[in-house]
Design a protein around this ligand. Sequence first.
Ligand SMILES: Cc1cc2nc3c(=O)[nH]c(=O)nc-3n(C[C@H](O)[C@H](O)[C@H](O)COP(=O)(O)OP(=O)(O)OC[C@H]3O[C@@H](n4cnc5c(N)ncnc54)[C@H](O)[C@@H]3O)c2cc1C
Length: 273
Amino acid sequence: MIPAAFEYARAESIDHAIELLGGADDAKILAGGHSLLPLMKTRLAQPSLLVDISRIGDLSYVREDGDMVAIGALTRHHDVANSELLQQVAPIVADTASRIGDPQVRHVGTIGGSIAHADPAGDMGTVMVALGAQFAISAAAGATRTVAAGDFFQGLFQADLAANEVLTEIRVPKTSGGWSYLKFNRRAIDWAMVGVAAVQQNGSAAVALTNMGETPLRAAGVEEALAGGADPATASARADEGAAPPSDAFGSAEYRREVSKVLVRRALEETLG
Ligand SMILES: Cc1cc2nc3c(=O)[nH]c(=O)nc-3n(C[C@H](O)[C@H](O)[C@H](O)COP(=O)(O)OP(=O)(O)OC[C@H]3O[C@@H](n4cnc5c(N)ncnc54)[C@H](O)[C@@H]3O)c2cc1C
């Protein structure tokens, strides 16, 4: 439970962080540390340099940006959950943040850390995929790029994010239709054994799944069935199409497949009802 030795540097700005990241091939960004430090303590991660971005003040905000809401990557789950703007115009984001972990996790963990970590059991990535969010990324020499949430998650804990890049902003569309994020877990503090995000946008419903594969997944079969006029009960039968859920101490893959169908039906009833 003691991490391997590492160097520590505190970044004063995004550019400074990118410069510091160039100091070691295996350098890692430290934001809230709630995912990274447990990995380091168990030595599943052994970066030789930690670049602490947690004091970069201008990366913590929630603000309106036309028909989107921009959220700074260092905004803590607690602040996302309590943002009146998000509660009004993108309520699924605020509600999901309010149900991540426990108060300690929500006061320290950041939305950017949660997304960059690309844990398939993480709640926020699934909501981002359902919403069609955009992620702003900064790289060396002032370069910036934007990646759609649907392209960002590439594999188990693998994101489209180079070692010397910083995720700076999350942009979510304003929504006015129904929505639901349901997670099935044994205790409130636990990660989702299965989660479902459903959002009604422009007359159709987007549905995405948590912990049903190596990345957050779009439930394409469900969306296709809904577009063809199926009711929630019929569409939800296709919830696990294309999914590859894990088997672990909490449940088998087969169990997760069944749970996903029940959760999708309930999420659609909430969203469309
Ligand atoms: C007890 C407990 C319960 C939890 N329960 C839940 C839960 O129910 N649902 C859920 O979704 N999550 C849960 N979590 C996970 C929690 O949400 C994440 O640990 C947290 O949000 C990660 O954010 P962080 O700022 O702590 O990231 P860090 O731990 O600091 O970083 C995580 C990873 O992302 C990278 N990174 C961080 N910020 C950036 C950035 N801006 N740009 C590029 N890379 C970056 C880091 O290098 C690292 O690889 C739980 C965690 C704990 C400890």
